[in-house]
Design a protein around this ligand. Structure first.
Ligand code: VGL
Ligand code: ZN
Length: 187
């Protein structure tokens, strides 16, 4: 059974947000097409979200490297307004504690058990950002034994250093993920 993973498509990671990924909102439309198709087929759709307390340790003012972003319950942490939220959506919040950051949707969450409970053995990964949360979610999924397909059109990198996005893609491929266009989506 396959599932769709929609990683952190939240306002703060889109243009206008505090940690905006260039063109981050460009992926909303292709991701919505996948959401519709998975929903029509009754397949699981899981949304992860970065969900930080106001004094999170990853924020610059508290010793971290990022501007404040995705503070739980604020508009910046909301999903992009155009993102379709499927009726059968499973929402996984991560990095909810002051001390711990989590780039992977599996880290400190019940994502693995939610997937296993639904008989999922293959995940299609989409979302933001390629070089952080997408990459780490993909690497953990592979480690946990899932087959992983990453849809090219449905991810976008923050590129703190130029080339971070392409290195992340290379790393995901090296670890066993298939990264390709939507037209190659596996059955
Ligand atoms: C992310 C930086 C900080 C992400 C989360 O979702 O890729 N990036 N927190
Ligand atoms: Zn974060």
């Amino acid at each position: 059974m396959k599932a769709l993973l929609v990683v952190d498509i939240q306002n703060d990671f889109c243009p206008g947000g505090t940690l905006a990924v260039n063109g981050g909102d460009d992926i909303v439309e292709p991701v919505n097409r996948l959401i519709e198709s998975f929903a029509d087929s009754g397949l699981p759709i899981v949304y992860t979200r970065d969900w930080h307390p106001p004094c999170h340790s990853s924020f610059k003012e508290f010793g971290g490297i990022w501007p404040a972003h995705c503070v739980a319950g604020t508009p910046g942490a909301d999903f992009h307004p155009n993102l379709l939220i499927a009726k059968n959506a499973v929402v996984i919040s991560k990095a909810c504690k002051v001390e711990a950051d989590a780039y992977s949707g599996f880290e400190g969450t019940n994502l693995d058990s939610e997937l296993k409970a639904r008989g999922v053995d293959k995940v299609i990964v989409t979302g933001l950002a390629t070089d952080y949360c997408v990459k780490n979610t993909v690497l953990d999924a592979l480690e946990l034994g899932y087959g992983v397909f990453v849809a090219d059109e449905c991810i976008k990198a923050v590129n703190v250093h130029p080339g971070d996005g392409s290195s992340a893609v290379a790393e995901m491929k090296q670890a066993g993920a298939v990264v390709g266009p939507l037209i190659d989506l596996p059955d």
